[in-house]
Design a protein around this ligand. Structure first.
Ligand code: SF4
Ligand code: SF4
Length: 329
């Protein structure tokens, strides 16, 4: 579907921020923690928001699919089980970048594909997404190489240019947010190239290289720490554990983030380990993101946000790995 564009001369962000709060949403926005770090966190006032950032340290998944998410409460004395599922706070992600909106699109595909994840669905149903286009990138960004430069899901997408602000409305909620703004119909803005290193592959060859010996050599750089996957906005591996109270009378069943790179994650009942070698676990990550998710949902499971590279002590870049494997085709 063709995207319709509007524009406004004056910076609309503060008005949009106030309007979102008037509509009863709690706002989650980029907030500067210190010189080096911006995080997504709750903001009550517009002047808490920092728009000078490339990628926040955390990502939208922390709010939609949080670590330590309570699945149920159990009281041993009354034998009562309570579900937290009636909880439905309205949350607005304000000024996230296109790659993080696309991470939500990937999460939607994986977690709303029947049978839906009810915990994710409840939060997602009450989520507003306002995307602010990127003005700069760094050496870790590679959205343009994984078809993720343009957001696939949003209520509003705002693209600043030198003379005005372009706005695309993605939903009825988006129209409601800006119903008081003096916007006018306009042409499409130029979506600026971010000047990051471009990778161009024939991805279809990757599937056939699963058993290529180059994977062993590449996996030797990886210490299997899991930092890459715990920082990734599209990873959804989890474990379920019970947190029992000290007096043993109550229990909270929680979902905790896990990682397919860990040996224990691939252990089945009875103790069988599915992916025993570090090499198998290392390469599974790449096949899941670049082959299996793409085949099933038509998009890559990686948005090119660069968080994994920024956290990796071995500086492992997903597309450098793919590139090396394809060179051996
Ligand atoms: S694999 Fe890395 S670059 Fe891709 S979405 Fe995950 S953290 Fe971002
Ligand atoms: S952060 Fe780097 S070293 Fe750690 S598991 Fe990921 S790729 Fe391996």
């Amino acid at each position: 579907m063709e995207t319709s564009w509007y524009s406004i001369d004056k910076n609309p962000l503060e008005t949009i921020f106030r309007r979102i709060r008037e509509l009863g949403y709690r706002v989650i926005a980029p907030i500067r923690l210190n010189e080096d770090h911006v995080v997504l966190d709750f903001a009550n006032k517009f002047d808490e928001v920092s728009l000078d950032f490339i990628r926040p340290r955390n990502n939208p998944k922390s709010f939609l699919f949080p670590n330590e998410d309570t699945l149920l409460y159990f009281d041993y004395r009354s034998q009562n089980i309570k579900s937290p599922l009636n909880h439905s706070e309205k949350l607005a992600l304000f000024c996230i970048h296109p790659c993080d909106a696309n991470a939500i699109y990937v999460l939607d595909k994986m977690l709303l594909d029947p049978p839906e994840d009810p915990y994710y669905m409840l939060r997602r149903r009450n989520l507003m997404i306002v995307v602010l286009d990127c003005e700069k990138a760094d050496d870790y960004c590679f959205c343009e190489s994984v078809e993720s430069r343009v957001p696939r899901v949003y209520d509003l997408w705002i693209v600043p240019s030198s003379s005005k602000y372009f706005i695309s409305i993605g939903s009825r909620l988006g129209s409601l947010i800006i119903d008081h703004l003096p916007i006018k119909k306009d042409r499409s803005p130029e979506i600026r190239e971010l000047n990051v290193k471009k990778y161009s592959f024939d991805w279809s060859h990757l599937r056939d290289l699963y058993d290529n010996e180059v994977w062993r050599e590449l996996s030797e750089q990886c210490v299997l720490c899991g930092s890459c996957l715990s920082s990734c906005p599209t990873c959804v591996c989890f474990d379920v554990v019970d947190r029992v109270s000290h007096d043993l009378n109550a229990c909270r069943r929680v979902r905790v983030w896990d990682s397919c790179i860990f040996r224990t994650f691939t252990m089945l009942a009875g103790g069988r380990i599915v992916r025993k070698s570090p090499e198998e676990r290392f390469k599974f990550r790449f096949y899941h993101k670049f082959v299996f998710i793409k085949e099933r949902y038509g998009v890559f499971g990686c948005t090119g946000c660069g968080r994994c590279i920024s956290r990796c002590s071995s500086h492992i870049h997903p597309l450098e790995v793919v590139s090396e494997v394809l060179r051996n085709a």
